[in-house]
Design a protein around this ligand. Sequence first.
Ligand SMILES: Nc1nc2c(ncn2[C@@H]2O[C@H](COP(=O)(O)OP(=O)(O)OP(=O)(O)O)[C@@H](O)[C@H]2O)c(=O)[nH]1
Length: 182
Amino acid sequence: MSRKKALKGAKGASKSPKASPCKDGVGKSGKCAVAASGGAVHPSAPSISTSGGFYDVAFKVMLVGDSGVGKTCLLVRFKDGAFLAGSFISTVGIDFRNKVLNIDTIKVKLQIWDTAGQERFRSVTHAYYRDAHALLLLYDVTNKGSFDNIRVVLLANWVTPYHPVSSHDGARSPSRGRLGLC
Ligand SMILES: Nc1nc2c(ncn2[C@@H]2O[C@H](COP(=O)(O)OP(=O)(O)OP(=O)(O)O)[C@@H](O)[C@H]2O)c(=O)[nH]1
C-alpha cells in the first residue's frame, strides 16, 4: 500500500466536501462540539472524540500550499514525530488527522486537514476553508513560485492578506515547508 493511502486509511479520509469535521467532535452525548458554537468550543464538561481522546476545545486547521511543499510530511511529523522520506506520492483530495495537546490545564484538540496541492483538486479543497479556525500556508523555501502562490490563495479567499472575511476570526500563517524536517 502506498504511503499516503496507508495514512488516509488510518484516520478516516473524507472524500466529500460535505463531510463535516464535527463528525469526529461528536461526544458521548451526541453533540457536535465544533458545529454547535460555530467555532472553538469550551464545553463545561470535556468532550470525547471518536478517536478516544478527551478534549476541552477543538480547532480546525487547514494545511494549504502547492503540491510538494511538504504538507503531508509536516502533518505526519507533528502527529507521529516521523519524517516520510522516500518517493513522493501526491495527496488525492483531502485528509485529516487529530491531535490532542495539553496546554496549561486545557486539552486542545487540533483537527488538521491536509489538502491536495494539485490544481485539479482546488475546487474540492476550497470547500473546506469556510469553517476553519486557522490556515497554515506552506511554501517550499527552494521554490519561489510556491511562495508567490500563497498570495493567490490569500487574495482568492480574503479581500486583503490576513484580513479574513469568514465569520470567525481565523488565523492565517505563512509557513516554510521542506525545512529541517529530515
Ligand atoms: N529535504 C526535505 N524534503 C522534504 C521536506 N518536507 C517534505 N519533503 C519531501 O518533499 C516531497 C513532498 O512532500 P509532501 O509532504 O508529500 O508534499 P505535499 O505538500 O503534501 O504534496 P501534495 O500532497 O501533492 O499536496 C516528499 O518527497 C518529501 O519527502 C523537508 O523538510 N526537507
